[in-house]
Write a protein that binds this ligand. Structure first.
Ligand code: AMP
Length: 209
């Protein structure tokens, strides 16, 4: 099954993708993670992407489309894949339509004020990428798995968060309508708690199996 997770930054796409991919036995394809890895590796794509990402802007369509085209052709995608953070523009959705057949689009919906709190309080492990929130760290500063000091993503800084939300509403939210018209969209409330959101997603995916 080929699935897309749609939703604003901070909706929990990455966290839910880990749960759902483990359940379905399909790989999670996060363009954000791929771009961050490219930056880390100081590759040409990484150098090109960094300025856009740090400013909370979208990386140009041709760059991410090429990344996804290559990734979904890999052997581990034969049983399906879950796209987390792609497509983010109508242009990307159109390109994806010619790359793969999509079975279901899950729109994880969360109000803006909740997203701002989630994103600006988010801390991540620089080694394993595990996400934390300052409200639940109770002063702790290290990853419970790796023991390394947690960091704030550059694009989770307050001024960039607002930019990312604006970009989402302008460029990505139109995809809700796009996939609704294709009859693929199911919306779940992303503010009800981790387990109940996972249950709602699994239920929405059941119908597409
Ligand atoms: P994410 O980890 O999904 O929140 O993505 C972090 C940043 O990576 C975004 O703010 C964009 O700058 C960039 N990015 C990730 N996916 C895409 C995409 N599909 N199209 C354009 N830029 C992207």
């Amino acid at each position: 099954m080929n699935v897309i997770f749609l939703g604003p930054p901070g909706a929990g796409k990455g966290t839910q993708a880990q749960v759902i991919c483990a359940r379905l036995g399909i790989p999670q394809i996060s363009t954000g993670d791929m771009l961050r890895a490219a930056i880390e590796a100081k590759s040409e794509i990484g150098l090109k992407a960094k300025t856009f990402m740090d400013a909370g802007q979208l990386v140009p369509d041709d760059v991410v489309i090429a990344l996804v085209r290559e990734r979904v052709a890999a052997a581990d995608c034969v049983k399906g894949f879950l796209l987390d953070g792609f497509p983010r523009t109508v242009e990307q959705a159109r390109a994806l339509g010619s790359i793969a057949k999509i079975d279901r689009v899950i729109n994880i919906s969360v109000a803006d004020d909740v997203l701002v709190k989630r994103l600006s309080g988010r801390r991540v492990c620089p080694v394993c990428g595990a996400p934390y929130h300052v409200d639940r760290l109770h002063g702790a500063t290290q990853c419970t798995v790796d023991g390394v000091t947690l960091v704030q993503r550059d694009d989770d800084k307050p001024e960039t968060v607002l930019n990312r939300l604006q970009v989402y509403h302008q460029k990505t939210a139109p995809l809700i309508d796009y996939y609704q018209k294709e009859g693929l969209l199911r919306t779940v409330d992303g503010s009800t708690g981790l387990e109940s959101v996972s249950d709602a997603i699994l239920k929405a995916l059941e119908a597409a199996r």
